[in-house]
Design a protein around this ligand. Structure first.
Ligand SMILES: *[C@@H]1O[C@H](CO)[C@@H](O)[C@H](O)[C@H]1NC(C)=O
Ligand SMILES: *[C@@H]1O[C@H](CO)[C@@H](O)[C@H](O)[C@H]1NC(C)=O
Ligand SMILES: *[C@@H]1O[C@H](CO)[C@@H](O)[C@H](O)[C@H]1NC(C)=O
Ligand SMILES: *[C@@H]1O[C@H](CO)[C@@H](O)[C@H](O)[C@H]1NC(C)=O
Ligand SMILES: *[C@@H]1O[C@H](CO)[C@@H](O)[C@H](O)[C@H]1NC(C)=O
Ligand SMILES: *[C@@H]1O[C@H](CO)[C@@H](O)[C@H](O)[C@H]1NC(C)=O
Ligand SMILES: *[C@@H]1O[C@H](CO)[C@@H](O)[C@H](O)[C@H]1NC(C)=O
Ligand SMILES: *[C@@H]1O[C@H](CO)[C@@H](O)[C@H](O)[C@H]1NC(C)=O
Length: 514
């Protein structure tokens, strides 16, 4: 029944509340159309994280999304200038109430105020905010202590305020990482929420159940498969894996369906079997880690998007469409790397708006690159390189350290696209990243000096697969105000990768299976 409501919901454009006759009509429409044409496809949305030194301006991103026919976007901030670019309502936005702010929204008044400032103020400008994520992975081991006590209550306050203040078409929910599940399960039917979270999760799903909000899960296949020491091929949906999992007569041939049905099982055990499920983040990093490359990213999405569009569903929810948000739109050269270099390389696009690999967002198996961002202006073709003076290595190392403390040097890390550079090239790479990050020149100091170790050149020093980028002209400066902070993204992997034990283990595993 819930499914039918959902179909109606999408088909009829979220007309709440439904009168019985509308539901009946819609059901007839659905029933008739189901067997002739495609019913309701899963939604393909995209996440846009903005922790980059040179940002695409919001209106460029609107254009980029529309060119690719992407109509759903999630942002991890609630910045006015970002949201205002989406006036017109062509793209449905999910906004995030950051984890840091959960404790500030712990009353009906605070929730009403937040909605007034972040939703109403934008809705009146015809900005289509359709979901509010209350926190991001608040029960993940990483955030646990900060957010555990507030997350469900804040969600309740926000939902109550949505209801009482009459926000039509806005749904509040919260995304969870796979670590809210009991670890070590080998079959979806064994899944449950972690014992220490169980009580909270039961409360959480009952809140979703009573408000008809979806349960949102964030999945990183490369991580989940490595964690379980499964065949790397199990990440992909092209049936090349010889490894499969049988569970009550169902056969799982890929990690996505495994995780999805594990969540379905856990929600069912928590007493709300009909809550619908969405994917808030799924993606494939392309640098800074073994197996993180464009070939694998392309391969992953080549079957994943058609799968989502097919409404095939999973063994436990057959025929039910799945809405997913691809993580992420662009690389974020200022993202955290506490877990690994790959955290800065989730983008389908480089941070300059160039696509990294072929992906057909329509799911039609077209062998195409997505549209390139229009209107990008690159800075002059100038690079900063090491002059080669190694008489004082301490000095060289200090300067590299200084450059990489601010600029993004993750591509030279083991497994990265620039991990094969010579020492001199390494140094040049670091100097150039700093030079570009500083927009090549600054008004008050040279950004290509490094105690006289560096010089500017006009010939591209790129080496093979290792690109020495030139930055784009950014019309918008990166901000560092509190609202820019976010939960989500690959950041959340920290809880697992962060430990000294897991990280080497993981590398071994990944190297072994690749
Ligand atoms: C907002 O987006 C949702 C989801 O795509 C859509 O159903 C709805 O019609 C849109 N609302 C407006 C006012 O455009
Ligand atoms: C979920 O919602 C349905 C319909 O509103 C209700 O019958 C059921 O009792 C709810 N379950 C829980 C666990 O809240
Ligand atoms: C993989 O196998 C499943 C089950 O046999 C099938 O439904 C699906 O279409 C196959 N996918 C591909 C890409 O071959
Ligand atoms: C899977 O099995 C086939 C046939 O037995 C074999 O040729 C292939 O190498 C196997 N693939 C992997 C990844 O082990
Ligand atoms: C990506 O990694 C796979 C192994 O997982 C490898 O076969 C492939 O050649 C790599 N592609 C690139 C472009 O490095
Ligand atoms: C090498 O460089 C460091 C840091 O710039 C400096 O402190 C040190 O005196 C230098 N050593 C020599 C031998 O010049
Ligand atoms: C280049 O830098 C990376 C990262 O610091 C390091 O792992 C690698 O060993 C360096 N390569 C050389 C040749 O020094
Ligand atoms: C140049 O400007 C930067 C940023 O505005 C500042 O941090 C730095 O101290 C300035 N340098 C000098 C030499 O004034």
């Amino acid at each position: 029944m819930i499914r039918h409501f959902y179909l109606v919901n999408l088909t009829m454009g979220r007309q709440f509340p439904f009168s019985p006759s509308i539901i009946l009509q819609a059901l007839i429409v659905v029933t008739i159309s189901c067997c002739s044409i495609n019913v309701v496809e899963g939604v393909i949305g995209v996440n846009w994280g903005r922790q980059t030194s040179h940002r695409l301006i919001p209106s460029m991103v609107v254009d980029l999304l529309l060119q690719n026919d992407i109509r759903h976007l999630k942002v991890f901030s609630v910045s006015d200038n970002v949201l205002e670019a989406f006036a017109g309502g062509d793209i449905a936005i999910t906004v995030t109430l950051p984890n840091e702010a959960l404790k500030d929204v712990m009353s009906a008044e605070a929730a009403e105020h937040w909605l007034d400032q972040r939703i109403r103020r934008h809705q009146v400008k015809n900005i289509n905010i359709s979901y509010v994520h209350v926190g991001s992975q608040p029960f993940s081991t990483f955030y646990h202590t900060d957010t555990y006590n507030n997350a469900v209550d804040t969600l309740k306050f926000i939902q109550e305020a949505i209801y009482t203040s009459g926000y039509e078409n806005v749904v509040a929910t919260t995304a969870h990482f796979t670590d809210v599940l009991k670890p070590g399960i080998m079959k979806p039917s064994e899944a449950d929420f972690r014992p220490d979270l169980k009580e909270k999760m039961v409360e959480f799903v009952s809140v979703l159940n009573s408000s008809n909000a979806p349960f949102v899960m964030d999945i990183f296949p490369i991580y989940f498969v490595a964690e379980h020491k499964w065949d790397f091929e199990f990440c992909f949906l092209d049936n090349k894996s010889n490894f499969s999992i049988e569970d009550n007569g169902h056969v799982y041939t890929n990690v996505f369906e495994f995780v999805y049905d594990s969540f379905v099982t856990a929600i069912t055990k928590a007493g709300a079997p009909n809550v619908r499920v969405m994917v808030g983040q799924i993606g494939w990093p392309t640098d800074g880690y073994p197996g993180a490359n464009v070939t694998n990213a392309e391969r992953f999405f080549r079957e994943f998007i058609p799968f989502v569009k097919s409404t095939k569903g999973t063994p436990l929810r057959p025929g039910i469409s799945i809405d997913v948000y691809i993580h992420s739109l662009v690389d974020e050269n200022r993202g955290r790397i506490n877990v690994g270099a790959f955290q800065r390389h989730w983008g389908v696009y480089l941070s300059n708006g160039e696509p990294k690999y072929k992906i057909d967002f329509s799911g039609a198996h077209r062998d195409i690159y997505p549209s390139t961002a229009k209107g990008i202006v690159f800075m002059p073709k100038r690079w900063c390189v090491f002059k080669g003076d190694k008489r004082n290595l301490t000095k060289v190392e200090n300067q590299v350290r200084r450059a990489c403390a601010q600029a993004d040097c993750t591509s030279v890390f083991p497994g990265g696209s620039c991990s094969q550079l010579t020492f001199d090239q390494n140094v040049s790479y670091a100097f150039n990243r700093y030079f570009q990050m500083k927009s090549q020149y600054s008004t008050n100091e040279s950004t290509c000096n490094f105690e006289d170790l560096a010089t500017v050149v006009t010939e591209d020093p790129s080496v093979g697969t290792c690109k020495f980028p030139v930055e784009i002209l950014a019309a918008e400066r990166a901000e560092t105000d509190g609202l820019m902070k976010r939960g989500g993204a690959g950041d959340r992997l920290q809880g697992f990768f962060g430990s000294a034990i897991v990280l080497p283990l993981l590398s071994i595993i990944l190297f072994r299976v690749i």
